[in-house]
Design a protein around this ligand. Sequence first.
Ligand code: HSE
Length: 440
Amino acid sequence: MKPIQVGLLGIGTVGSGTFKVLARNQEEIKRRAGRGIEITMVADLDTARAKAVVGEGVQVVNDARAVIANPEIDIVIELIGGYGIARQLVLEAIAAGKHVVTANKALLAVHGTEIFAAAHARGVMVAFEAAVAGGIPIIKALREGLTANSIQWIAGIINGTTNFILSEMRDKGLDFETVLKEAQRLGYAEADPTFDIEGVDAAHKVTLMSAIAFGTAVQFDKAHVEGITKLAAQDIKYAEQLGYRIKLLGVTKRVAKGIELRVHPSLVPAKRLLANVEGAMNAVVVNGDAVGTTLYYGKGAGSEPTASAVIADLVDITRLHTADAAHRVPHLAFHPDAMSDLQILPMSEVVTSYYLRMRVADEAGVLAKVTGLLATAGISIDAVLQREADEVGGEGSTQTDVIILTHDTREGTLDDALAQLQALPSVLAPIIRLRKEELS
Ligand code: HSE
């Protein structure tokens, strides 16, 4: 049988990796897919760069629409990124009856509902393993491997740039700005790292995992998104002294009232495997009612790791494209007419535990006032750490830091209590509040 023909839109880092791995492993891939898979057409604005990667025998054009219009092409890989032209091209490819493979988490997290509906109506597949955690096959695991389970929660380190920054801050005791500059110099962080450091990239990814895990619509606009830009080296140190590490987690959880969907820095017990994921690596923990807790670890970015995920999707499509559309794995794991209307909860309804750091006057009765106020609010304390004033503010200092770990509390209750604590005359600076995930 003649190979299935693939058109590639955008041949940057991931596109080049896809081309190389497909060429290098073509025999084995063919034996798995039952048919050869060939990239026969590439569109990139930089045609010279594209030609240098693909060599002779592959048609290179600068117009993505020429790929979509080619009747020989069965699958279009979109590696342009962003919400703009990529959305238009993916919708045009679907309308033209092409199956689509994309690594574009931003596009699917924001426009997934429209794109999956269009694909369903046209009877084509949109595959996106590469969109979440790069080379880790987490979409496959959630959608197929764990299909017996009622998934309870997912917590993941799904942004390598921020995990690298946090690892460096902890190892070297450096502040955020210094490490960010170093990460940019080393090429880990983009020149504009906003989506990474503000938690947006991780929120795109956890939004997709949440939809697949719970069978809900893709709802990025309801996610709580908080990055690491305000994280102080001091809190990383105090967390360490209390037996925790701080990680930027994407969390989604099924609770009685609905679904939690959030990205923020979190204290994680140092003994958990997730707390020991260092540098630019990614890891995702999934808890299902039957299987219990499972962990997926690997490279979340990079040329060939991401290509590994793109090619897995190409193989899936090659195996399934002749199957009746109703017999394929649904895009979001659940059949479109059997989706759940569980609501994403506002942060005030989220229940978790907390780390609070308060700069207070070092005088008699302050700790009693703080703990008394928390007790009145019904917030239970798990641990208290008070630093020597000299250690915090230098010799003769009249200020000190009090760090409190709470037990599980509704966030709305904590917000009210924090407003009251902040108003105490003995509390001398804005209170730092971080969330804590025990992951047990
Ligand atoms: N910028 C992402 C990260 C990789 O740092 O993990 C692509 O999703």
